[in-house]
Design a binder for this molecule. Structure first.
Ligand code: ZN
Length: 158
């Protein structure tokens, strides 16, 4: 819905963001459409680091957000390591952007590096995001309890 201009009806992903509204500017007719700048919270980390556990806890703690697991759409989007899974991340940016227009920020849980979100066409909508990476000293097979370290990194995609 967001990528279709309400004035001319043309589809465009790459819109200019005018921070004075903020607005998005249609590249076809230059119509300024209100745009909610919502934060996007990314929770990442390798398998076994506790992403799912953290996200399940956040669902009840962050009622103002929509908490989603990236893997629910795995296999439904054509992507590959050669493109650094950017198509995959781009779909999620689009979903988060559209949910955000309803007034609720998205918490997205799944394995991805921040740069995978910065290279897709949806990154041009200038979503600010905070990336929390869960790190576990030892991988699967470890008998030690999970010790997750949160590395907080804030980036504004451009
Ligand atoms: Zn337009």
């Amino acid at each position: 819905m967001f990528n279709v201009c309400p004035n001319c009806g043309e589809y465009a992903v790459e819109k200019i963001i005018d921070n004075s509204g903020p607005y998005t500017i249609c590249p076809h007719c230059h119509h300024a459409h209100p745009f909610l700048m919502q934060p996007l919270f990314l929770i990442g980390g390798a398998s076994g680091t506790g992403k799912t556990t953290v996200c399940l806890s956040l669902i009840s703690m962050l009622k103002e957000c929509v908490v989603l697991e990236k893997d629910i759409l795995w296999g439904m989007v054509k992507t590959s390591p050669t493109e650094k899974y950017s198509s995959w991340s781009n779909v999620w940016l689009r979903i988060a952007k559209n949910i955000g227009q309803s007034g609720r920020p998205v918490v997205l849980c799944g394995t991805a590096l921040p740069e995978q979100y910065a290279c897709g066409e949806e990154a041009n909508t200038a979503l600010g995001y905070t990336h929390l990476r869960l790190v576990r000293p030892q991988f699967r097979g470890s008998t030690s309890p999970v010790h997750s370290i949160l590395l907080i990194r804030t980036t504004l995609a451009s």
